[in-house]
Design a protein around this ligand. Structure first.
Ligand code: NAP
Length: 311
């Protein structure tokens, strides 16, 4: 029987994804039809981006699963018309991209690179030697697919890495914490904080005046997670007071970040336009094909979202 797969994302993504999806589905030996225009009652699987036109899943009566192209699911997880299993994206390319971005920005702050990049003015600035990585405390909030992978590489580089998650983890090279007491311990004295938590009611404003005050004075914040993780007013206040030395922010409550937002003008904020890590069509298509294969062969789907936890 032919499996009908609806590609429901922005139309311009289809031309990029189509060859990769076909290659990956062919490699799995599946008999399928895939496209952007399939009658809802005929659809077996939806390859999905939350910004697509499909917002009502009720007409997809025989759909077996919705396969999200994004790692974050906050824009779909509370959709009450979605009764089908929802899988999120965990893919090697996405993970590698996040490792690259996080390690790059961590090293920027660790080495104080800006001092020299912006200081090409004829002054010989000697005598400021950064500490070794082993003497730099990095805290990663969120030890899932991305946080754990970034922590592993930062630990390999020699950083003193702590991490925090909902459930207690045991990861080589990372001092792991969980729970409210664990959050305080993870943040206390941290010099670089990386946010890789999902956007849920429990994680909103996790970095606020109280938690920012726990950090080492002049700490750097790196947020490739989601905008609502940070209380923006508290962060701006901490930046102005020097409690936070710099914030590198990739994600925001409103995107694109409005051009009059104070983050743009702040000398100690770096704004990047939600580019920390994009889903990579080739590797993501392999995950999608694997999940459809699993669905067709009665196997458990990979990376299912816990609808109650919200991620
Ligand atoms: P994940 O595998 O689901 O990991 C999420 C981590 O957060 C887990 O360790 C989880 O704890 C922890 N967590 C969730 N709620 C918590 C809470 N209330 N208290 C403490 N810890 C909590 O997700 P991921 O694939 O690593 O992705 C993380 C986030 O990165 C995504 O949700 C998305 O928002 C963001 N992202 C951004 C970009 C970008 O380009 N900027 C790209 C991809 C992803 P447990 O381990 O105990 O479950």
């Amino acid at each position: 029987m032919t499996i009908n797969i609806l590609f429901a994302a922005k139309y311009e993504r289809w031309t990029t994804y189509e060859p990769h999806l076909r290659t990956a589905l062919d490699a799995k030996g599946l008999s399928y039809s895939i496209g952007t225009d399939i009658a809802p009652p005929d659809v077996d699987y939806i390859v999905y981006a939350p910004n697509s036109d499909v917002q009502d899943f009720a007409p997809y009566t025989k759909c077996k699963a919705v396969l999200n192209l994004w790692a974050g699911v906050e824009a779909v997880v509370h959709n009450t018309t979605l009764t089908q299993p929802l899988a999120r994206m965990v893919d090697h390319g996405l993970t590698q991209g996040m490792i690259d971005w996080v390690c790059g920005h961590t090293l920027r702050h660790h080495l104080g690179m800006d001092r020299h990049i912006h200081g090409q003015d004829g002054l010989w600035r000697e005598g400021i030697v950064p500490p070794l990585a082993q003497d730099r405390t990095v805290c990663i909030l969120g030890l899932g697919a991305l946080g754990a992978a970034c922590g592993d590489k930062l630990s390999y580089l020699g950083f003193d890495v702590r991490g925090w998650s909902r459930r207690q983890k045991h990861i080589e090279g990372i001092t792991c914490y969980s729970g409210q007491d664990g959050l305080n311990a993870a943040l206390s004295g941290a010099e670089i904080v990386i946010l890789l938590l999902p956007d849920t009611p429990d994680t909103e404003n996790l970095l606020n005046a109280t938690t920012l005050a726990l950090l080492a004075k002049g700490a750097s914040i790196i947020n490739p997670g989601r905008g609502p993780l940070i209380d923006d007013a508290a962060l701006l206040q901490s930046l102005d007071a020097g409690q936070v030395g710099h914030a590198t922010l990739d994600v925001f409550r409103i995107e694109p970040l409005p051009n009059d937002h104070p983050y743009w003008a702040h000398p100690n904020v770096t704004v990047t336009p939600h580019i920390a890590s994009e889903t990579r069509p080739k590797t993501a298509s392999e995950i999608i094909a694997e999940n459809i294969y699993r669905g067709e062969h009665g196997l458990d789907l990979l990376h299912l979202v816990d609808r109650n936890a919200g991620y």
